[in-house]
Write a protein that binds this ligand. Sequence first.
Ligand code: HPA
Length: 281
Amino acid sequence: MSPVYEKLMKCYESIKSKVDFEPQVALILGSGLGNYGEKIKIVHTLDYHEIEGFPVSTVQGHKGQFIFGYIGDVRVVCMQGRVHYYEGYEMSDVVLPTRLMKLMGAKVLFLTNAAGGVLQGMKPGDLMLIKDQIASFVPSPLIGENIEELGTRFPDMSHIYDEDLQQIVKKVAALNDIQIKEGVYLQFTGPQYESPSEVAMSRLLGAGAVGMSTACEAIAANHMGMKIVGISLISNLASGISPIPLTHSEIQDSAKEAEPKFQKLVTDTIIEIGRIFKEEL
Ligand code: HPA
């Protein structure tokens, strides 16, 4: 058995021995969005430290726990805090939690993040529906021996973000009068923010937002056949567009501001996913 798969199965067994809950939807909360946990009717919480071999985040503002519970009548597992490649973890560790949530039963992955806005006209506090991604600046989480139990060696990535789920987000946004932009998310390794020239390059490549997470998780989830939806909270204008130097606390502040509309959009989208895909989840 590959060491990556062995570690994954160990974590899975550890969770199974502690929590009896089969989620339908997995939700990963980005920087500053951790408060969304309050919206969940909680059945269990599981601190990442309690899971043997689980990678634990060191970033300020990131809590480290799984929340199991309900949004409406949809069973969700929510990650309050993710790990990032820049923390020094192997990519296989960065995506281990995503893979675990699929093993627990989740068929849909809802990805969220705080990101730097690159599109013309974006402002802090905007939301961007992720249409596609550029992951070419980070190592693939699928490098190494393919884990056949999870997926195929050369997975297709032509529709990473599910078209039906995108339509649901847009419908929910319109119903609630929430403005939402659409664009391509580009992942860099970080931890440094981009230089103005890197932001100019990102725009040239077609990116709408840049960040340090998400795309690798989407690759691992797509490899395993999950339906994926993603929303970026534009916490700042990317460097070179922004007139002021970027700080992590600025990013947490704009997350706070956008919190109500973000929470409404996530909640109603998950409820609608539960309604429309009842049979499949
Ligand atoms: N760049 C990269 N990652 C980020 C940014 C940014 O401007 N904002 C929040 N995460």
